[in-house]
Structures are given as structure tokens and as C-alpha cells.
Write a protein that binds this ligand. Sequence first.
Ligand SMILES: [Zn+2]
Ligand SMILES: [Zn+2]
Length: 348
Amino acid sequence: MKAMRFYAPQDIRFEEVEIPEIGPDEILVKVEAVLTCGTDLKMYRRGHPLVKPPLIFGHEFAGVVAEVGGNVTRFKKGQRVVAANSAPCNTCFFCKIGKPNLCERLSENLIGFGVSGAYAEYVRVPAPIVKQNTYELPDNISFEEAALLEPLACVVNGNMGANIKIGDTVVVIGAGPIGLMHVQLAKIGGAKNVICTDLKEERLKIAAEVGADVLIDASKEDQLKRVKELTGGLGADVTIEAVGLPQTWELAVDMTRKAGTTVLFGGCPSGTKIKLDTQRIHYEDLTIKGIFHHTPLSVKRAYDLIISKTFNGKPLITEKMPLSELEEAFKKMIEGKCIKIALQPTGT
Ligand SMILES: [Zn+2]
Ligand SMILES: [Zn+2]
């Protein structure tokens, strides 16, 4: 089969490789759509600590079951399916305390990082994922929309932690794919006023399309000042940072009202630190949360949002390209010319 393998930063190769062999509790999926992700772009630019090259990367996918292991009863050949990129072990310390998103064995089966990924014609789905985080797709859901399952599951997990209440004012900093999903989930959850900020006008347009009530172009105006104005000087009930920079993390806390919640969702470059006002945290009763990855519960909820069409993924997929042009897709991402690109491995 053809697959895109990561060798080193700026060195990825579209080449012929063996179709993966599956174990008795696994399935093989013929990839029909695989989406670009900011993490893949980071890997392309800088490498990734979990990855031992050469590795087929790519982890947001949907497709058709091509082969089923002997012990698998839930799936059969020809079925349309979507799967998350990992699943917890359910036996380690963090799984036992109800934090399966921090499972100590996550990387052992992490598609596109610890094991071969979905930038390929076929992908092997490891047993824990088959058991916990793989779902059948109805015919009226496209493979591209379904492939949003994994990032949406992360955002659902973040949304659950944000504790948004009906009528809340929510600020989402960053209108990339993750920020746009947060905007939509905040509206679905009953937020009255969702304010979205970004530096790029094209992205803000999509934020409006998915439900943002107020757009702030941070390249043109002071976003903190504007949020304060819009909230009668109080600040937002909930602020979600979806950029991943120390300065926007600090800004997110500054934008949040007394007794409000700040979710620091975007991952910052390693080694970076932020400064927080201790007085504010204490006397203003602030809740500041970091939230990472997904859980089987958030994957299930994301799946339900997608198949019920409560969540609209269409505006997030701005383009389709053949998998062979992944490098071109990454260039478009660097230039900020797209949200997500759906890549098709077949026929390339
Ligand atoms: Zn991703
Ligand atoms: Zn575990």
C-alpha cells in the first residue's frame, strides 16, 4: 500500500509499504478520509518525542473495515467506521482514579505516534481502541465529518471541564479547528454570548458560521479591553484558550471574571512558563484548568454529536486533497489558508 512516512523534521516520504497485519482482537480499516492536524504539522516541523522514525503518521481518520480479527464480534468487513487514536488500559493508576485521558499506557497504542498511523491506504486499529473507541458510521455521515471524532472528543472533554452554564458569556481565544469546535459546543451547551478572537479575518468568518455571536480581530483591536466592555467590566464567565501560547494563556485568565473558569486548552511549547496574579486567584476565587486529550466518555459524546448532526463539522473541512500532497497541505496550514484538509489515500 501507499503511505506517508515521517523520517525527520521536513523529511516525509510517500512510499510503498506493507499492509499492516492485525491481531485477533484488532481490525484493519481502509482509510477513506484522514484529516490534517496541528500536531502532525508540529511533528513535520520539529519531530515528536514519542515517535521513532520512520513512522506512518496521521491519526484523524474514518474508513471501511477491510479485515477483522478472529475474536472481534462487534465489527464486520465492509462496515463504515470511525475510531479515536487511542484508548486507555483501564488498569493503571490514572485509569483507576477516573482519569483515563492520562492513562500511563496511552502511547503503546497511540495511532500515528506510538504505532503506525492513518496517512496510508490501510490502518491497523489496536485492540483497546477496537473495544472502547471505535464506532459504526451511518450512511448519511461523510468520512470527512466522521474523521473529526478525535479532535472533537478532546474538545468535548475540555467543554465538560469548562462547566458552561445556560446564559453564560464564553470567550474562545483562537479560531483554529479546536477553537471553532469550542465555539460550537459552547453554543450547543446554552451559552448566550460566545465571543471568538483571532488574528485572521478568514478564520473569524468561519467562527461566525459555526455560531460565534461576537468576533474580535485581535490584529486590529485590544481583545482584553473589548471583552471587558462587552461584559460590563466584569470579564467572561468562562474563557477557553485554544491557541497554545504563554501570552494568550495569561490573557485568558485576565479576561475571566471573579469566580469564573479559565480553561487552558492549547498546548504551549515545552519549557514555557506563565505569570499569574496571586491576588486575583485568591481574592477573586478563580478556577484555572488544564485539560488534555479525551476519554471513552468524551469520544462517545463526540460520536453522538456527529451522528445526530448536532455538531456541524462541514465548515471546518475547507479542502480535499490526495494524500500524496500532504506536504502541500502542511504549507497551506503554515500560511493559515485552511482549517482542516481532508486527505484521500485511494487513487493517489
Ligand atoms: Zn489531532
Ligand atoms: Zn491506564
